[in-house]
Design a protein around this ligand. Sequence first.
Ligand code: ATP
Ligand code: ATP
Ligand code: MG
Ligand code: MG
Ligand code: MG
Ligand code: MG
Length: 269
Amino acid sequence: GATMAKSKFEYVRNFEADDTCLAHCWVVVRLDGRNFHRFAEKHNFAKPNDSRALHLMTKCAQTVMQELEDIVIAYGQSDEYSFVFKRKSNWFKRRASKFMTLVVSQFASSYVFYWRNYFGDQPLLYPPGFDGRVVVYPTNQTLKDYLSWRQADCHINNLYNTVFWALVQQSGLTPVQAQRRLQGTVTADKNEILFSEFNINYNNEPVMYRKGTVLLWQKVDEVMTKEVKLPAEVEGEQKVVTRTRMKPAPLHCDVIGDAFWKEHPEILD
Ligand code: ATP
Ligand code: ATP
Ligand code: MG
Ligand code: MG
Ligand code: MG
Ligand code: MG
């Protein structure tokens, strides 16, 4: 075709750094709420876990998966979500900055857009922000270990927070006293405090809090009414039709053991 006229300024494009993600590797984008410790306080999040906030995070992550290309699995907990792109994805020529900025901006705008659906009349007091990073994992094992790391982090934090807030809310300790009480304790100690002082069996706490949320593409039957109308008719008849669609479905399962990967071999293809 005809050569486009280039301005003399065009050379500045060459200052752009190449940020292509290594071919055939897993590309992970992780985002995290900026200063959500404060955001949670200002918006009266329930402690230790506000389920409205967790469900809103998951809604945003589902929107990211549906709007963008090539995401095979996502994992979220607290104010963070990780998105894993297909090994062979060639979306935006695998440019890291495209992956990261499109994920984070889609997520952030969704957080504001869907806020009302989860928080009702409680106003959003200021625009939240999210940071993002891209990490490339070269093997299936490193990808599995990445997701295991995030889920282990969820477990460790949630166990700590569950005891901490029980001490504050039920025993009337100040945050400083609760923190001192927990200093140097191991997992078994924390389980023991929960059981003997609060009659809480940690394993019976809600699974979404303990395990976080995995999003996987699953077939969903969608039932809808459709108006069927012949060209000559003014009003058609309502017909119920079912169709199957792929949707990012939330699971609260263990991803650390082998069982998850045996059950879902399609993730690693
Ligand atoms: P940074 O900007 O460095 O990420 P941060 O304050 O967001 O700072 P994080 O380590 O990301 O620090 O921790 C997120 C904090 O947000 C948690 O410590 C918790 O206080 C709060 N938070 C996030 N989600 C929830 C939730 N669903 N329920 C209750 N608190 C939450
Ligand atoms: P991509 O995702 O690749 O950026 P794009 O459709 O956003 O695709 P751009 O090259 O960024 O492509 O061009 C932005 C387009 O958005 C313009 O071509 C124009 O059609 C439209 N647009 C943006 N701002 C305005 C505006 N203020 N008024 C009218 N049209 C606008
Ligand atoms: Mg942080
Ligand atoms: Mg944060
Ligand atoms: Mg965080
Ligand atoms: Mg554009």
